[in-house]
Design a protein around this ligand. Structure first.
Ligand code: NAP
Length: 280
C-alpha cells in the first residue's frame, strides 16, 4: 500500500495516477488518500508504519512536520526543510522532496539543462524553495530570488543562507520584488526566468509579475510553477514576445509524481500515457 497524507486530499489526482501506473507496470499495489490534519501527522505516520505501508506522499500542511519525523532526509529535503515523498524500508523512513526534481526534469524534457545557468526565480514559498534548492544542487551558476517584502521574504533569506552553506559554487541572492528595475536587470542577465508565486493562478489569473514584456529576450527560457490555468498570462506573454521555451506548471507536476513513483517502485512511470490521461 502507498498513499497520500495531508488535508484536503479529496480533490487529489494522485490515487488515479499512481493506481493506473501500478497496473500498467504490472505492480500489485494500491494507492489511497488519507485526510490528515497537521496535529495528527505523527500518529498517521506511525500508523502507516504499523500497517506496512511501503511509501507515501505528503501534501500541505504536513510536509514540514514529516521532515522532522523521518529517519533520513535527502539533500534536497534537508535544504528545503519539507518532504513530499517518503519511502519506508525495513521499518525506516527515508524523506525526499521531488518538487524541484520535477521542475528540473520538465525543463530537460523541453531541451533545457539548469547546469551552469543564471536563473531568476520569483517567489520564496514552498514551490519556489524546492525549485531554488534543486537548481542549486544540479549546478546552476547563479540564482536571483525576488519576493515581495511580505510573509515569505524571511523564508527566502533562509534559503539563501542554506544554499550558500551547502552549495557554495552557486551565487545566490534575494531582492525585494517591489524593486522592478532590479528584477528587470536580473531577467535581462538570466538564461531562465521562473514564476513560483501564486500570481497567475486563479483568481489571480489575469495577472503577471512581468508587466514590461520587452525584458523577455528570445533566448530566455520561461517557466511557471502555476498549473491552474495550464497556460498563465506570464507564459502567454513570454511566448508572444518570442521566447522559444515557455512552459506552464503541468509538466513539473507530472514529473514530480514520476520521480516519486521511481523512488517507490524502482520503475519508470508510463509518463506518455499518464500525460495523455491525466494532464493534457
Ligand atoms: P506558498 O508556499 O503559499 O507561496 C506563495 C508564494 O507566492 C510566496 O512567495 C508569496 O509571497 C507569493 N505571492 C502570493 N501572492 C502574491 C502576489 N499577489 N504578488 C506577489 N507574490 C505573491 O505557495 P506554493 O505552494 O509555493 O505555490 C505557489 C504556486 O505554485 C501555486 O500556484 C501552486 O499551485 C504552484 N505549485 C505548483 C507545483 C507543480 O508541481 N507545478 C508544485 C507546488 C506548487 P508573499 O506572500 O511573501 O508576497
Amino acid at each position: 500500500m502507498f498513499c497520500l497524507i495531508g488535508t484536503p486530499v479529496g480533490h487529489s489526482g494522485s490515487p488515479a495516477m499512481y493506481n493506473y501506473s501500478f497496473a500498467q507496470t504490472g505492480l500489485d499495489y494500491a494507492y489511497l488518500a488519507y485526510d490528515v490534519p497537521l496535529e495528527k501527522t505523527e500518529e498517521a505516520v506511525n500508523a502507516l508504519k504499523v500497517l506496512g505501508c511501503k511509501g507515501f506522499n505528503v501534501t500541505m500542511p504536513c510536509k514540514t512536520r514529516v521532515a522532522e519525523l523521518v529517519d533520513e532526509l535527502s539533500d534536497a529535503a534537508k535544504l528545503i526543510g519539507a518532504c513530499n515523498t517518503v519511502v519506508v524500508k525495513d521499518g525506516k523512513l527515508y524523506g525526499n522532496n521531488t518538487d524541484g526534481m520535477g521542475f528540473v526534469r520538465n525543463l530537460k524534457e523541453n531541451g533545457v539543462d539548469v547546469k551552469g545557468k543564471k536563473i531568476t526565480v520569483m517567489g520564496a514559498g514552498g514551490a519556489a524553495t524546492a525549485i531554488q534548492v534543486q537548481c542549486a544542487l544540479d549546478g546552476a551558476k547563479k540564482l536571483s530570488i525576488f519576493n515581495r517584502k511580505d510573509k515569505f521574504y524571511a523564508n527566502g533569506e533562509k534559503t539563501v543562507k542554506k544554499i550558500q552553506q551547502m552549495v557554495p559554487d552557486c551565487e545566490v541572492s534575494i531582492h525585494p520584488l517591489e524593486e522592478t528595475d532590479a528584477l528587470y536587470a536580473a531577467i535581462k542577465d538570466s538564461d531562465i526566468l521562473v514564476n513560483a508565486t501564486k500570481v497567475g493562478m486563479k483568481p489571480l489569473d489575469d495577472q503577471s509579475l512581468v508587466e514590461d514584456v520587452s525584458v523577455f529576450h528570445p533566448d530566455l527560457v520561461v517557466a511557471d510553477a502555476v498549473y491552474n490555468p495550464k497556460e498563465t498570462k506570464f507564459v502567454q506573454s513570454a511566448k508572444a514576445a518570442g521566447c522559444k521555451v515557455a512552459v506552464g506548471g503541468t509538466g513539473m507536476l507530472m514529473w514530480q509524481g514520476a520521480a516519486a513513483f521511481n523512488l517507490f517502485t524502482g520503475k519508470d512511470m508510463p509518463t506518455k500515457e499518464v500525460y495523455e490521461l491525466f494532464f493534457k
